[in-house]
Design a protein around this ligand. Structure first.
Ligand code: CP
Ligand code: NVA
Length: 308
């Protein structure tokens, strides 16, 4: 990948703390400017390949392109030849000739990397089994809006240690926010990612913790974050997972161990009564809808950074 000069957004590991802060500042500016923002992506076309369902990612990317004067094309793998076995690399080479950027939501991180490696246009990871960096960018923007800063703040993620947790962990370490990941036994984040995060946190002066204990993990947190117990592709494990995750529900009892002014976050879609009670997600500490809106603003900044 050393010979390529184009920029991609595959994981936040590839972005420096300064680059992330610049993206957040640009996102804040674009959000403030709203409809009066200049058409920074005039004439640009983004392709969006989806191998999994999506509401927020699809609509926020498409809206971001339209609002900045560009265009987006939705490509479901149910419709395109990639879904019938055309290779990722042939798809990348062909689409590079038509488009200015490509977003993909898929299963394996290696598919995103292969697409990026074979494209001459920027590639964006719109969620894999391992990462969800666009979500993490919007989450940082939201935390900044509600908490004012990252240093000295603590985010406690409780639930499955997979894509959203991994990206939140990396994002927190990059910006110097303390992060605790609380999971049932055997659902911890990948060790490799935890050790990357610890390395990064050392430089930013923050802490990374992984625990199986909800109460001690939630203590002193400014942000409580959760996600579904069975992710896309894990539908057949849903019942088994339910039993393991039940003690990890975000409910009134659990949040009583956080700071009084904690905020509740969730990438959505949510399952009320499973990972979070309705009382919490619909209560006054919840910022899940501003968080969802911030997908749009964060991605506007990302698209401008990559494509203009
Ligand atoms: N949070 C998120 O990525 O939502 P969608 O699956 O609806 O895109
Ligand atoms: N962990 C969830 C996130 C959805 C946005 C999933 O992968 O399905």
């Amino acid at each position: 990948r050393t010979t390529r000069t184009k920029k991609d957004f595959l994981t936040l590991l590839d972005y420096s703390p300064n680059e992330i802060i610049d993206l957040l500042n640009l996102a804040k500016d674009l959000k403030k400017q709203g409809p009066s923002a200049p058409p920074l992506l005039k004439g640009k076309i983004l392709g969006m390949i989806f191998e999994k369902s999506s509401t927020r990612t699809r609509v926020s990317f498409e809206a971001a392109m339209l609002k900045l004067g560009g265009h987006a094309i939705h490509l479901s793998t149910r419709d395109i030849q990639m879904g019938r076995g055309e290779t990722v690399s042939d798809t990348a080479k062909v689409l590079s000739g038509y488009l200015d950027g490509l977003m993909i939501r898929t299963f394996h991180q290696s598919t995103v990397e292969e697409l990026a490696h074979n494209s001459t246009i920027p590639v964006i990871n719109g969620l894999t089994d391992d990462f969800h960096p666009c979500q993490a960018l919007a989450d940082l923007l939201t935390i900044l809006e509600y908490k004012g800063s990252f240093k000295g703040k603590k985010v406690a993620y409780i639930g499955d240690g997979n894509n959203v947790a991994h990206s939140l962990l990396i994002a927190s370490a990059k910006v110097g926010m303390d992060c605790t990941i609380i999971t049932p036994n055997n659902y911890e984040p990948k060790e490799e990612i935890v050790s990357y995060a610890k390395e990064i946190a050392k430089q930013s002066g923050s802490t990374v913790e992984v625990t199986n204990d909800p109460v001690s993990g939630i203590k002193n947190s400014d942000v409580i974050y959760t996600d579904v117990w069975a992710s896309m592709g894990q539908e057949s494990e849903a019942e088994e997972r339910m039993a393991h995750f039940e003690p990890y529900q975000v409910n009134q009892e659990l949040v009583s161990h956080a700071k009084k002014d904690y905020i509740f976050m969730h990438c959505l879609p949510a399952h009320r009564g499973e990972e979070v009670t309705a009382e919490i997600i619909d209560g006054h500490h919840s910022v899940v809808f501003p968080e969802a809106e911030n997908r749009l603003h964060a991605q506007k900044a990302l698209l401008v950074h990559l494509m203009s």
